[in-house]
Design a protein around this ligand. Sequence first.
Ligand code: XLS
Ligand code: CA
Ligand code: CA
Length: 461
Amino acid sequence: MSSFAPESKGTGSGGSDASVYDADDAEFFPGVKKIAVDPSAGRDNTLVFKHYNPSEKVHGRTMEEWLRFSVCFWHTFRGTGADPFGFPTLVRPWDDGSNSMANARRRLRAAFEFFTKLGVKYWTFHDRDISPEGATLEETNRNLDEIADLALKLQQTTGVKLLWATSNLFAHPRYMNGAASSPEAHVFAYGAAQVKKCMEVAKRLGAENFVFWGGREGYHTLLNTDIRKEQNHMAEFFRMAAAYKKKIGFTGTLLIEPKPKEPSKHQYDYDAMTVIAFLRTYGLENEYKLNIEPNHTTLAGHGFEHDVVMSSAFGMLGSVDSNTGSPDLGWDTDQFPMDLKNCTQIMRVILDQGGLAPGGLNFDCKVRRESTALQDMFTAHIGAMDTFARALKVAATIAEEKLFTKHIEDRYSSYSTGIGLKIDTGATSFEELEQYILAHGEANVNSGRQEHYESMFNNYM
Ligand code: XLS
Ligand code: CA
Ligand code: CA
């Protein structure tokens, strides 16, 4: 691979000549060829795959089939590196910083070149990151339709598919008090109209899923909030979305993405079990599954893989926003997942449930604001894809050797016979259990052997 164009490196004042990228044959990442697979490449070459080989078979399927990687549009093509303390640092030569339709088209064409060179088969977007909001809903919808036409054309020429679309119901000031949980009905209606249109576009682009993330569906103070009314309204919103999906014949899976806080102080979709309880409370559990983001799981005070394990155990794991937080920070840093042990825990669940399709591993991640070179966009994704490829292989070995399975079976074996089997199958009562203890006396409790299991897990790395 040759080097990138000089203007792509580092910060700068940004593309006053962005229109050169309007030409049909414009290349956005000059010098980058399709990323190669080369396990023998040097350790300091982070622009090749050393482990991810899409056609390689692992545990009965190709890596591409197990991993179903997706690039998100918002961080990778709309992220600027701005933070509450600093101005944008990620200046892309094709992006003139404006909200024009020409800029939206350039970003989209750059994105599809990126997906293709990286070798990823899926992408994801929010309606408002691919096309600008207009002065009225009619104008906004026209913009979205025009960009969706281009997206469809780019999908057809590259073969890249849409993993999921979602509506941004949190950035516009109208949503400051929430959308589906807004105290104002007019705002609720606006959110519904926006999702209706986005779902139509998702259908047109063949989206395999549709995500709802409710960053502003929560509260900042209970002093002004009717929490039961707000959640009743959210349930109505989700009921109407499921009904509209059926009405238009959209076949994608509807997914709710939990997060405990940020930007709301308390978000109603707190974590996997909260969302599952919400869905069951309102009779929506057959219409929705969950999109789990490990960074959000850790913000909820759980371990990295907790929500993936929980939602899968209850048949509700639909897709994964594969990213990570920083264990030493308490907010949503959306970093690329580079930790082999963490990713192995995720892949064990995915293997155990027989795959994630129609969901996937969506990189809801952003390069650090200090990672300003265009090639950082590639190395970040390649590094995470290689980590997941290794994790898949380790998880496959764990599944095939069945050591953990056997240990866990042994640990619960007292439920396979006698009184244990009766408990397990719901065939006993408090009276009978009391008689059992009177007859058998004190319990003899076994060691949990946590360190043994941790060492065993280490032995696979
Ligand atoms: C924000 C969420 C968001 C959803 C899509 O924290 O991760 O990006 O994935 O709206
Ligand atoms: Ca996410
Ligand atoms: Ca996040």
